[in-house]
Write a protein that binds this ligand. Sequence first.
Ligand code: HEM
Length: 233
Amino acid sequence: MLITRYTQATAVLEDSGVVPPPVPQDAEPGTLAWLRARVSRFASGPVHAERRRAVVELLASFDPAELRVRARALAGVPADEVAARSFGVDQVAAVSAAASGYLSGETSPEADAAVRELLPLGIPMITVLLQAHASTAALIANARAHDDGVTPIEDLLHETLRHDPPLKRTRRVGVEIDLVAANRDPDVFPDPDRFDPSRGRTPHLTFGHGVRPCPAAAHALAIAAGYLEGNRS
Ligand code: HEM
């Protein structure tokens, strides 16, 4: 079933009985498939809660204000390296290779080798890096496409998140939620197709909602804001 309306989307995301599609648990240790069986993102119930707790604890050790300063200093580097480098990790090629199949499950020898290279960082940190990689780069690219150089960066980012979510759909068993459509539900967002940064912060679903929303919204916003600021000046 495809969900496009806002209230239906929030109801599904708040229902702890509606879980993400499970991933195979029997993969060879150290591979991307093995990693996917060990992260919070594809787990459910108490296992998800425990893994999520470990990631949230790790994220608490990174101050968003500090991440913003670091990202500002990265103005010259490619946007898809900014998240990892802001978190202090320089293995950007490995992060990119491992992230390429993290959501889809499409594995490759390169992705498996990258996971092995990153393993010493620990699974919570790898989770942070792989979740951050493409979504933060896409947020930056989408915001740049609307950047007139004068709109306050926070307003630009909030409206970019609503109007152009980097992750366009999210899946649960038997259900797919169309985040683009939900973020443009006219019952919630007046004149929804108009890009209007003066809306400020809106209740968009781009960082998820309910049982398992993105635990790093503040971190992602700080990194994107710092990088955009650095490139404006
Ligand atoms: C610093 C950058 C980021 C980090 C460290 C991060 C981390 C995470 C983690 C660990 C999860 C899994 C949560 C769980 O299992 O309970 C997650 C979920 C999610 N993230 Fe992020 N994220 C980042 C950036 C972003 C960005 C830029 C977006 C979109 C604009 C985003 C959207 C989401 C969404 C929608 C989910 C939930 C997916 C679902 O409900 O199925 N994240 N994120």
